[in-house]
Design a protein around this ligand. Structure first.
Ligand code: B3K
Ligand code: ZN
Length: 876
């Protein structure tokens, strides 16, 4: 596939102003009649050919201004329709294509999920429905007529407002006519038809407009939508209150489907969701699921302004809508729940997903400059780092400047397809700030490392700080320019309070933010009356790594006293990380070191801190993940040693504090009816975190205690936590627990995904055989993306020791699966393939084994474009 480059961008030569679609649904032979109102751009020569995109299409009829086009007037293939010499005046093009939804296993374009017709058009799925200028800078007004048998498909939906609905005389079919008055790119087109249950509600906007809200689900799931609906209403209200954004149609529809390549899709007025981000009740959904549903519902809703009303000029600008919308959904969750908890959760996600991406062969800038397959760029870098960049913009400009700039953006670009440059210009225009250096965050890949050294001079009462920044080389980027790095900080005095310098030199400071703009800064704070402890990067004010040598005592001090909750958490993590890296090293030399008392006791102090919010406490008591430790070690990684080191520290904490842990597990277990609210969920998290340690405490009742918690759980959060312990720690009752869970949940596919996931992520030699036998389990379905991800993606990304087995069998299994899935669903396959991205960091033996598995994939000649792109970059 050819490389698509940002620098080659050309505006479209024709506009498509209106689209009238008639979709006559049929499982294998759906007919699509598209009438496009086309106009030549003013600066384009008359007669310039019109070249429309297609993908696996077959043309049935073609008319121009009502006349059948002669054969020599056009050329057509499944992926292209070219009109050689279109009229110079605006014209109508009527294109009839036939498609086969039933055979569409890629789940792009129009397909069927459990009998329901649905569409997915982002990024380039519309061209699988009809020939079109399938690019985000072609904005049209759509009218859609959906036709289907009344019995099979009582529900007929498309974007916009419903204009008309009726029977088609003399047939068993009916139709619905939808009109969307807002011009939109084709990737936001959607239609749905099926036999679905409707859960209605209503929202009144700030300007008193009534909006009908509906969630459509499979019959029987009506009772599982109330959390999603509640989340939607809160999102709508919040976007009015915080960003001044109102909804703009008479109806907002959400449809939940069970076969979906990703989380959800923000189609105008008709969001389509993976049902895991809609359906919830205490019996089948965890607290985490509830939080995810709230966040994804909000995210898709917020796209209505950031993405739909203002969209992207081209796919290189993807972060324009995604980074900004993730930032908005993060803020929403922070307001709905606990800001520090949300911040820590997001940073953990960033560090486990985005940092490794940015440090490996798949690294790319937040705004890439080149791609071969755009679907491979819906990445943690575009989404999560993209959100961090927006967050930094807010930190650099201040709340007021940020909101003024954003208001201008909404005003100036409403109805347009635009760019990152245009976005940044709005902030420059409102605040007078030059953002040209800041813009490098969109251009440069890799995670900057900020190195810190400090010295205190008691005589002069000065504290000096040397800061330097550097981005380690990443593919295609050997050197880099200094970025603008806002570092939120505090200088802690011995009493734990922030000290205030009488003056500071060497850097721009605004409030509690140091603004790095150069590669080096020598900073001096004066009037510092005693040796301070530096708390840097508070609230994780920039997506960087900090390289700072800390004395254990200073980290202990920060862990206990920092008034920034994020950095308190970070201090505990840093202490644990130092120790885990040390223990891993010892284990690799065949020795068994004991965890240091000083580190273990910090966990005891956290556990016994009466003033710490339970949710924060649960997070502080969570050890860095195996993936985090691997990343910290960086090269020659041995996952077995990491697993063993982590287990050692966990056991040491468990053995030393078993009494307090048991007490906390009991004390914080919420009583009474289940509620998913953040506070109650925080208590449950702490209770389960304590139980996680207690399970390996060597006390007599640890096994029984764990079993009882599992078997008596009255909600999924506790049941799943219990099941994980029994299965991952191979405790007595492991098999019985899996059987009990299976018989209880076999009817709920979302609950069963968790059952597959728990087994796939169990450490231990037996897991590979388990996975292979699960392939033939009656409930395994290789065509359902959620199920495939539950078994294989979770194995490849969440079971480091078995994926990277020293005999290579884990890599083999994933490689074979990629090849098999790729034939059916390239997007699911290529996503699974990205789990190899850190292969070069492994030890020599594992590295060689990973390479041969990758070579095997690469040698396959008919790989999809998606997987070819990932494999080529992974091996480069
Ligand atoms: N915009 C969609 C993602 C589409 C992915 C296409 N491969 C969901 C979202 O980010 O809201
Ligand atoms: Zn999004």
């Amino acid at each position: 596939a050819p490389a698509i480059r940002l620098e080659d961008y050309q505006p479209p030569v024709y506009r498509i102003e209106k689209v009238h679609l008639t979709v006559k649904l049929d499982p294998a032979e759906t007919e699509v009649v598209a009438t496009l109102s086309v106009a030549r751009q003013a600066d384009v020569q008359a007669g310039t050919p019109l070249v429309l995109d297609g993908d696996e299409l077959s043309l049935r009829e073609l008319k121009l201004n009502g006349e059948v086009l002669p054969d020599d007037g056009y050329t057509v293939s499944p992926d292209k329709l070219e009109i050689h010499a279109p009229p110079s005046k605006p014209f109508d093009l009527k294109i009839t294509t036939q498609i086969n939804p039933e055979a569409n296993t890629k789940l792009m374009g129009l397909y069927r999920s459990s009998g329901t017709y649905c569409t997915q058009c982002e990024a380039e799925g519309f061209r699988r429905i009809t020939y079109f200028l399938d690019r985000p800078d072609v904005l049209a007004i759509y009218t859609t007529r959906v036709e289907a048998p009344k019995n099979d498909c009582p529900v007929l939906l498309a974007n916009g407002n419903l204009m008309e609905k009726g029977d088609i005389d003399g047939t068993d079919r009916h139709y619905a006519l939808w009109h969307d008055p807002h011009p939109k790119p084709a990737y936001l087109f959607a239609l749905v038809a099926g036999n679905l249950a409707q859960v209605p509600d209503r929202f009144t906007t700030a300007s008193d407009k009534k909006v009908d809200l509906n969630i459509y689900v499979e019959h029987g799931n009506e009772g599982l939508c109330s959390w999603a609906m509640d989340s939607l209403k809160r999102s709508m209200k919040w976007d009015e209150d915080v960003f001044g954004r109102e909804y703009d149609l008479d109806v907002f529809n959400i449809v939940a489907v069970s076969d979906f390549n990703m989380g959800a899709m923000e189609n105008k007025g008709l969001n389509i969701f993976n049902d895991k981000y809609v359906l919830a009740d205490p019996e089948t959904a965890t607290d985490q699921d509830y939080a995810n549903i709230e966040a994804v519902i909000a995210h898709e809703y917020f796209h209505n302004w950031t993405g739909n009303r203002i969209t992207c000029r081209d796919w290189f600008q993807l972060c324009l809508k995604e980074g900004l919308t993730v930032f908005r959904d993060q803020e929403f969750t922070s307001d709905m729940r606990s800001r520090p908890v949300k911040r820590i959760t997001d940073v953990r996600l960033l560090k486990t997903h985005q940092f490794p991406e940015d440090a490996g062969p798949l690294a790319h800038p937040v705004r890439p400059r080149v791609y071969h397959e755009i679907n491979n760029f819906y990445t943690a870098t575009v989404y999560e780092k993209g959100a961090e960049v927006v967050r930094m913009l807010k930190t650099v400009l201040g709340d007021e400047g940020f909101h003024k700039g954003l208001d201008l953006y909404f005003d100036r670009h409403d109805g347009e397809a635009t760019t990152i440059e245009a976005f940044l210009t709005c902030f420059e225009d409102t605040t007078g700030t030059d953002l040209s250096q800041f813009a490098l965050w969109y251009e440069q890949a890799g995670t900057p490392v900020v190195s810190v050294a400090s010295a205190y001079d008691a005589d002069r009462q000065t504290y000096s700080l040397s800061l330097s920044q550097e981005i380690p080389p990443v593919p295609g980027q050997r050197s880099s320019k200094p970025a603008v790095i806002p570092l939120r900080f505090g200088l802690l005095g011995p009493d734990g309070k922030d000290m205030h310098a009488t003056s500071a030199s060497g850097i721009k400071i605004s409030g509690d933010v140091l603004l790095m703009e150069k590669s080096r800064h020598e900073i001096t704070f004066s009037g510092i009356s005693s040796q301070p402890v530096m708390s840097l990067l508070r609230a994780f004010s920039a997506p960087v790594r900090i390289d700072q040598k800390f004395a254990t005592a200073d980290l202990q001090f920060l862990a206990a006293r920092d008034n920034d909750p994020f950095n308190r958490w970070q201090a505990v993590q840093s202490l644990a990380m130092q120790e885990l890296v040390r223990l891993t090293g010892t284990l690799r030399h065949g020795k068994l070191g004991a965890p240091a008392d000083g580190v273990v006791s910090v966990f005891g102090a956290v556990l016994n801190d009466q003033n710490l919010d339970p949710a924060l406490k649960a997070l502080a008591l969570t050890l860095p993940s195996e993936a985090d430790i691997a990343q910290e070690i960086g090269k020659n990684v041995d996952p077995d040693a990491i697993l063993a080191a982590r287990k050692q520290l966990r056991q040491a904490i468990a053995r030393q504090f078993h009494g307090a842990l048991r007490a906390a597990a009991l004390e914080f277990a919420p009583r009474g009816d289940y509620s998913p609210d953040a506070e109650t969920a925080g208590k449950r998290a702490l209770s389960n975190r304590a139980a996680y340690y207690y399970a390996v405490s060597n006390t007599e009742d640890a096994a029984q205690f764990t079993w009882d918690r599992f078997s008596s759980a009255d909600n999924m959060t506790d049941r799943l936590a219990g099941l994980m312990l029994l299965v991952h720690d191979h405790m007595p009752g492991e098999t019985a627990a899996l059987d009990l869970y299976l018989s209880r949940h076999e009817k709920s596919s979302l609950a069963m995904d968790k059952w597959f996931m728990v087994q796939a992520t169990a450490p231990g030699d037996g897991t590979l055989a388990t996975i292979k036998s699960l392939f033939s389990h009656p409930l395994y379905d290789a065509t359902n993306p959620n199920r495939v991800r539950a078994l294989l993606q979770s194995f490849a990304t969440g079971n480091a020791t078995q994926f990277a087995r020293p005999d290579g069998a884990g890599f083999e299994l994933v490689a074979e699966s990629v090849l098999e899935i790729d034939k059916r669903n390239p997007q699911v396959a290529s996503r699974l393939l990205t789990s190899f991205r850190s292969w070069r960091a492994l030890d020599a033996n594992r590295c060689a084994l990973a390479e041969s598995a990758l070579m095997k994939i690469s040698s396959c000649e008919d790989l999809s474009r998606d997987s070819r792109d990932i494999i080529d970059r992974t091996l480069q």
